[in-house]
Design a binder for this molecule. Structure first.
Ligand SMILES: NC(=O)N[C@@H](O)C(=O)O
Ligand code: NI
Length: 173
């Protein structure tokens, strides 16, 4: 156990890792996956389109949608969660390009501050679209270096708000 973890109170600040489902994630955004998606054949039947999986939101001056690629280093569980962030001017989607799962931490807003976070682990291949202004942990790959397509908002104005917890949480399976 690391020095930080040794100082963490065990009860109350330990967040269990849950399996990601559309229903559980619905208050925070969308799950991007082929299963349960509206799908139809295109290109003469040689291709299946899994259609309209997430709502991309952009707002503010000169807002535009960005498509970027991220290569993330893996994190170990149990993990010490010291902060969450949110993007007031747009949504943020992470679509994995590997089969490595990743941790998705989100939290409800309670009067402008995050409430108790919820930790999910994606299934292999599942992505997420975090809705505009939803508190979330930073991109947290598990099991190996992982590449992602990220779809989020560019433009003028401040699109990042961070919150550092007075008492860190411990995220553990
Ligand atoms: N900054 C960036 O691209 N990613 C973060 O917003 C994050 O949620 O990891
Ligand atoms: Ni973010």
């Amino acid at each position: 156990m690391s020095e930080i973890e040794a100082k963490l109170p065990e009860s109350g600040t330990t967040l269990p890792v849950r399996s990601l489902t559309r229903a559980a994630f619905a208050p925070f955004g969308d799950v991007i996956a082929m299963d349960e998606a509206k799908s139809f054949p295109i290109n003469g039947g040689k291709c299946t389109r899994h259609h309209d999986l997430a709502s991309v939101e952009t707002a503010g001056p000169d807002a535009r949608v960005l498509i970027s690629l991220l290569r993330g280093e893996p994190y170990e569980l149990p993990l010490t969660l010291t902060m969450v962030e949110r993007h007031p001017l747009g949504s943020q989607a992470f679509v994995p390009l590997t089969r490595n799962t990743f941790l998705v931490v989100v939290a409800p807003d309670e009067g402008g501050r995050p409430g108790r976070p919820i930790a999910f682990e994606t299934a292999p291949g599942q992505g997420v679209n975090i809705a505009r202004n939803v508190w979330h942990g930073i991109l947290t790959p598990l099991h190996g270096v992982s590449d992602f397509v990220v779809i989020d908002r560019g433009g003028e104005g401040c699109n990042l708000e961070e919150h550092f917890f007075d008492t860190p949480y411990r995220v553990a399976r």
